[in-house]
Design a protein around this ligand. Structure first.
Ligand code: SF4
Ligand code: SF4
Length: 341
């Protein structure tokens, strides 16, 4: 990995250089919240944001995407290749970069490579940025507080400068062309260490660091705790919609007026939805909210890990903010902590 330093005042020049060739999507303020949105002016970018309301996953996996079009009269199917615009996701936190890496594990599985996902991913550069945790963040407990691979550039705030970790040649060339790039000095390295230590110390220590979570998910599978969570769940899917790593989808055929032509689409779905596990004959193999909430938590904290050797949840805290009835992995960690008290 190569490391360089730029002054913070050079950030607009870097953004403008990206804008010459890419759509730049970055965190911007909307009311009291932050969202990822396309920006036309570097001044609109709010890099010092706590977290965005929704994750950047829609730029890899749109909420609704056409897979192909069909003509039932001519009996023809037309491959649908959406024109994917080259894009830079600018200002992505480490947890979200790790969330994208988890999506890659699913959609880039060589047994079932997904060309739609690949088209978005291959057209996207990622510029990460360091952050300070909010009260809902627990990425440190999910091994996602650092982005190791997964970015083209990563900017760590070291006062009036950024230490820039360089992850790709294409981004390095744009950086070199736009900014006065310097080697890091000892002073920069000390500032970097102070930043990372301050960040480490800022995590909410009321969120318990629980060991052996996958084993506990199995051990407490039948506990009444899940009924208690299920009794509160509104089946609204807000948790899945904001989550950087919920990737389930439904397939739907949409007919044009006249019903001769149409398109096959995939749309986001969620295991918290009552009809998610409905199968032919009307049988539902997860009919209660308790079973659905438990399943979601199980996949986040155990199921994915057993296959990919890392937790699907990256501890971004968004579901804890979005859920109106306080259901999130944080509640599960607190439950396990109470059990050990
Ligand atoms: S489950 Fe919640 S905390 Fe974990 S990655 Fe998804 S939104 Fe973030
Ligand atoms: S856990 Fe919360 S956000 Fe998720 S479906 Fe239930 S009520 Fe909605």
């Amino acid at each position: 990995m190569l490391y360089r330093v730029i002054d913070k005042g050079e950030l607009p020049a870097l953004v403008n250089a990206f804008m010459e060739r890419y759509e730049v999507v970055a965190p911007v303020k909307r009311g009291s919240k932050y969202v990822f949105a396309s920006v036309a002016d570097a001044a609109d970018i709010q890099l010092d944001y706590p977290t965005t309301a929704a994750s950047p996953k829609k730029y890899f996996m749109p909420a609704r995407e056409t897979l192909f079009e069909f003509d039932a009269v001519a009996n023809e199917v037309t491959d649908f290749a959406e024109e994917v615009r080259p894009r830079v996701l600018f200002g992505v936190h480490a947890c979200d970069i790790n969330g994208i890496l988890n999506l890659n594990r699913v959609f880039e599985d060589p047994r079932y490579p997904d060309p739609y996902y690949a088209a978005h991913k291959n057209a996207t550069l990622i510029v990460g940025v360091s952050c300070m945790p909010s009260e809902f963040c627990f990425c440190n407990l999910m091994d996602s507080e650092e982005a190791r691979p997964g970015y083209d550039l990563f900017l760590t705030d070291i006062g009036d400068k950024y230490l820039v970790s360089i992850g790709s040649v294409v981004a390095a060339n744009i950086l070199e062309g736009a900014c006065d790039v310097r080697d890091a000095t000892d002073e920069d390295r000390i500032a970097f260490r102070a930043t990372t230590r301050a960040r480490q110390d800022a995590f909410n220590d009321s969120i318990p660091d629980v060991q052996e979570i996958p084993m506990l998910m199995d051990a407490f599978h039948e506990d009444g705790f899940w009924d208690e969570l299920g009794g509160r769940c509104l089946s609204c899917n807000a948790c899945a919609n904001v989550c950087p790593t919920c990737y389930c989808f439904d397939i739907r055929d949409t007919l044009d007026p006249g019903a001769a032509t149409g398109r096959r689409e995939r749309v986001w779905d969620a295991c918290t939805s009552p009809q998610f596990a409905m199968v032919a004959g009307g049988h539902n193999f997860r009919p209660t909210p308790a079973e659905r909430v438990r399943h979601r938590m199980y996949h986040k904290l155990n199921g994915f890990l057993s296959k990919h050797d890392r937790s699907l949840c990256v501890g971004c805290g968004r579901c804890a903010i979005a859920c109106k009835v306080d259901i999130s992995p944080i509640e599960v960690l607190k439950f396990f902590d109470r059990k050990g008290a």
